[in-house]
Design a protein around this ligand. Structure first.
Ligand code: ADP
Ligand code: MG
Length: 590
């Protein structure tokens, strides 16, 4: 083995650049933060091929001094801190002086800048492996930093980059995160020549969310502005049912610095929990302002994590703020639950009624049924692999069915979903899907990345019955739906369908098609809370019996539970009687 040595500077730069720059979006993040630190009022980000080919960030901030531009691409060069004590109270995004040096280590970089106080600007061109060249230029106040040929000299890193469209999506997300918190700054994002974000400076928070996340979200917005001691929490929450299948729209920031902190996001998720189905995540953007001394931003090279001194207090405050804000929604959910319980009790009474009309008490029926099972099978019908009789509906969700072997409990939504899934799948396979044209097409506002994703799969959607087209800048128009949805599909359903498509991302066509059929079946199916009469229940069970996998809904959850007679007997302690019967039968005792 060779001897220990101090690495040469260029190698050190390359190694530390690897920590700061994972992909093009990390460069965009650093450049935006530099512009914000330079008090820019407007920031424009332009990328080609997901930023892999080039990134250009321009601002109208304070600019760089002509003598500083040569230094600022060196490691640990910063104008933001000067002493040890400054580290304890960081008021800027940057302070490590590593970003520009890291970019210069892995890509060609050029800086053009003019300070407010000087009449001439400066240009610095630093291509990888070449001596930087500096010259005077004339240009407006502010700074433009351009990067090209990312990782061109490190093929291993370049190979690990994702596709340009995926990298562009990451950049889009980073820009949105900053743009949502810094609504006083104007942002423009141009992707391969197309303007995809264009939000003006000094926009209201609400308008900013409207432009970036669309009208549906704004309709469900709850604004938060809470102060407790020296902690301020500001931003907004989105009311369920709007939600996502991942954490991508959980925006948390500390002193306007976007961060990732599991414990804080869990506190918010926890406060939402009764309002969201499992696997769904809330949408929110919350900024937490605490004393600067309590935050240590110097724990992660990209500063995406910070250390917060009183994190437990913060978790508590955050949880209760979100909980209080959502309280009206939580109340209304538990009210509906109460109604369910109320109605299921009266519904149960109704289901016993027909027997009473025939002059019997319900308790007697049970006894009789136990002794002579066959005598109960009056309204019995073929299905579920035998003959069944509908008892009724519980909680407007579970169907109670009696069969000779015992009790069958069926989830009405899961059962109907299974029926519709198989029906629609067969129709899609034979190319005979029925569609319904909408008199009033549904218009959904989305961000441009999502629009692109939806349009990419428009052909597949068409085969299932959805006609989706681009509709002006940031909107899509849905003009027809699979007929199976009937009157059930509303705007919220369509948004959650679109959401599902976005989450699915790029998958093989077959898998995508199947998923869309499942989602459609789910939306079209009878829901929990719908009252069904005996005939409807009977129909449903007969149809369910004809499906190929009646025991499971199309998402793999069980659609029925069977409780056998002997299980019931066991639970009611009737084991002894059964044993006695068996003993008598064996020994031929009458
Ligand atoms: P840091 O942001 O940690 O200070 P950087 O490497 O990102 O380190 O930037 C180095 C220095 O270059 C900054 O401290 C700042 O003085 C200057 N600088 C970078 N970008 C800009 C900009 N857009 N406008 C003005 N000054 C900038
Ligand atoms: Mg910086």
């Amino acid at each position: 083995m060779s001897r220990v040595r101090i690495l040469p500077d260029d190698l050190v730069s390359l190694i530390s650049a690897g920590e700061v720059i994972e992909n093009p979006s990390s460069i965009v993040k650093e450049l935006i933060e530099n512009s914000l630190d330079a008090e820019a009022k407007n920031i424009e980000i332009e990328i080609l091929e997901g930023g892999i080919k080039s990134i250009k960030v321009s601002d109208d901030g304070i600019g760089i001094h002509p003598d500083d531009c040569m230094i600022c691409i060196q490691r640990h060069s910063t104008s933001k801190i000067t002493s040890r004590s400054d580290i304890d109270s960081i008021h800027t995004y940057g302070f490590r002086g590593e970003a520009l040096a890291s970019v210069a280590a892995v890509a060609d970089i050029s800086i053009r800048s003019r300070q407010t106080t000087s009449s001439l600007g400066i240009e610095l061109i630093a291509n990888q492996g070449e001596t930087p060249v500096r010259k005077e230029i004339s240009r407006p106040e502010g700074t433009t930093i351009e990067m090209a040929n990312l990782f061109s000299r490190i093929p291993a890193r370049r190979k690990h980059l994702d596709s340009p469209s995926r990298e562009a999506q990451r950049i889009h997300e980073i820009i949105m995160k900053h743009a949502i918190i810094r609504n006083e700054v104007g942002f423009r994002f141009i992707r391969d020549g197309v303007v995809v974000i264009d939000v003006p400076l000094n926009q209201s928070k609400r308008d900013r969310v409207l432009e970036l996340w669309g009208l549906e979200i704004v309709k469900s917005l709850i604004e938060i502005n809470h102060t407790e001691d020296s902690t301020h929490i500001r931003g907004f929450l989105v009311q369920p049912p709007l939600s996502r299948g991942n954490r991508q729209r959980e925006y948390l920031s500390i002193r306007k610095r976007p961060i990732e902190e599991r414990r804080l996001s869990l506190a918010v998720e926890e406060a939402y929990s009764t309002l969201l189905m499992s696997g769904r995540y809330p949408i929110f953007a919350l900024d937490i302002d605490v004393d600067v001394e309590l935050v240590d931003a110097n724990v992660h090279p990209t500063k995406r994590e910070v250390r917060i001194e009183n994190i437990d207090t913060l978790i508590r405050i955050l949880h209760s703020v979100v909980r209080d804000a959502l309280e009206p929604s939580i109340k209304s959910v538990s009210q509906t639950l109460d109604e369910f319980v109320e109605s299921s009790i009266s519904k149960q009474r109704e289901t016993i009624m027909p027997a009473e009309v025939e002059g019997r008490q319900s308790s007697i029926i049970v006894e009789e049924g136990l002794l002579q099972p066959k005598s109960l099978m009056r309204d019995e019908v073929e299905g579920l692999g035998g003959r069944f009789r509908v008892i009724g509906q519980v909680s407007r969700l579970y169907l109670l069915i009696e069969m000779e072997e015992g009790l069958v409990i069926i989830d009405q939504h899961a059962a109907h979903e299974r029926i519709l899934y198989e029906k629609l799948r067969d129709k899609v396979n034979s190319g005979s899907v029925m569609i319904q044209e909408l008199l009033e097409p549904i218009v959904i506002r989305l961000d441009s990345v999502s629009i692109e994703q939806i349009l990419e799969v428009a052909e597949v959607l068409k085969e299932v019955g959805y006609s989706v087209a681009e509709f002006g800048g940031n909107e899509i128009l849905i003009s027809s739906l699979p007929e199976i949805l009937q009157q059930r599909a509303n705007e919220i359903d369509m948004i959650s369908l679109v959401d599902r498509i976005i989450e699915l991302g790029v998958v093989a066509k077959d898998k995508f098609m199947d998923e869309i059929i499942r989602v459609t079946a789910c939306h079209a199916a009878i829901r929990a809370g719908e009252v069904l009469d005996h005939r409807q229940i009977q129909d449903l069970i007969v149809k369910l019996s004809k499906t190929s996998n009646q025991n499971y809904c199309c998402h793999g959850r069980p659609s029925m539970v069977r409780v056998t007679r002997s299980e019931l007997d066991k639970r009611f302690g009737r084991d002894g009687i059964e044993a006695l019967k068996r003993y008598r039968a064996r020994h031929r005792i009458e």
